[in-house]
Design a protein around this ligand. Structure first.
Ligand code: CMP
Length: 334
């Protein structure tokens, strides 16, 4: 392993932190200086360089896979099934095949924590990642002026991957909110050899799109954008396929990647979605109604999508914008 790459780790987190401050500065001061803009560009380049180093390291590790003897902690069938269910609920493990899932399940170790206990402390060294089985946990980050609440973790979600991905100190603190929390802990080695590679590949695949997707400009925390790629998938459609039928409840929010999609009401074509990043299927997920339109592929095409179950941990933060956009774009046809 190249020691330079290891040393790059903390840098990445410093850049993330720094970028967050720059973003806050920009949003509170619309007359931001050119210097600040230059700084953001420089940070983005650095972050990209770092990602490349990390992935190169991961591919190097891949060669070791054959000799790798994964940790195995015996568990009941019921426990194994529960872990699998939890892994499927979140998206950290979405890129794994069946064999890899079995290895990861075998390596997981049950850990029980109680109310107000720290599972992770910001700044400390980290060697494991956690998947929430039961309970709720709060995440706080200290940007220099005391802890700021970031989010609550629920069953199926995972945390603690950054220290493993970037060999950096823990970037935030995680504290148990409920009376008790049962977590599944995954060791660094299994994570590095089985999960990390797939996770990095997936994050890189959508990185450029997510950085430039207009819809996300209100999401200031670069970590939240980075994580969104874990919840993105792709599907192919043939010309003429009905992607989503009027009157249905959508199971996905679809995002245009290439090709054209027509928007139809009562079998009449209203208009076409043609631009990268245009999305649909959100009406029934965001507003809880049935879909008012049918969406039909006008070309052989590829769409990205975010499953409904991932909505609350990805786009819910900008729900009011989604609602406003539905009204602006479709209001006159509703
Ligand atoms: P890690 O740095 O290993 O430990 C703390 C964890 O908090 C981190 O990984 C992420 O999984 C999680 N986390 C949640 N939100 C953030 C955030 N905005 N910045 C950094 N880490 C976060």
């Amino acid at each position: 392993m190249n020691p330079q790459k290891v040393r790059n780790g903390p840098n990445f987190m410093q850049q993330l932190n720094k970028k967050k401050h720059v973003d806050c500065a920009l949003s509170s001061n619309s007359d931001s200086s050119d210097d600040e803009v230059d700084e953001i560009v420089a940070i983005k380049k650095d972050v990209q360089k770092q990602r490349f180093s990390v992935s190169a390291e991961a591919y190097g590790q891949f060669n070791k896979k054959e000799n790798f003897k994964a940790k195995f902690i015996p568990k009941s069938k019921e426990q194994s099934e529960r872990i699998k269910q939890r892994m499927q609920a979140g998206f950290m493990f979405s890129a794994l095949n069946e064999k890899e899932i079995e290895i990861v399940v075998g390596a997981m170790e049950e850990k029980i924590f109680h109310k107000a206990e720290y599972v992770i402390k910001q700044g400390e060294e980290g060697n494991v990642l956690y998947v929430v089985d039961t309970g709720e946990l709060d995440c706080f980050k200290n940007y220099g002026k005391g802890d700021v609440f970031l989010k609550t973790y629920y069953p199926g979600e995972s945390f603690g991957e950054l220290a493993l991905l970037f060999q950096s100190p823990r970037a935030a603190s995680i504290i148990v909110k409920s009376d008790k929390a049962i977590l599944w802990q995954l060791d660094r080695e299994t994570f590095n050899l089985i999960v990390k590679e797939a996770s990095i590949k997936k994050r890189q695949q959508f990185e450029t799109f997510l950085e430039n997707w207009d819809l996300l400009k209100e999401i200031k925390d670069p970590y939240d954008k980075l994580k969104m790629s874990d919840a993105l998938f792709e599907k192919q459609y043939k010309k003429g396929d009905v992607i989503l039928q009027q009157g249905q409840k959508s199971q996905e929010i679809f995002i245009l990647e290439q090709g054209r999609v027509s928007v139809n009401k009562d079998n009449q074509k209203l208009f076409e979605l043609i631009k990268l990043g245009e999305y649909f299927g959100d009406q029934s997920i965001v507003a809880g109604t049935i879909e008012s339109f049918s969406y039909v592929a006008e070309d052989d095409m590829k769409l990205m999508y975010i499953p409904k179950k991932s909505y609350s941990s990805t786009l819910k933060e900008i729900e009011s914008t989604l609602m406003k956009n539905i009204q602006n774009k479709y209001g006159k046809y509703l």
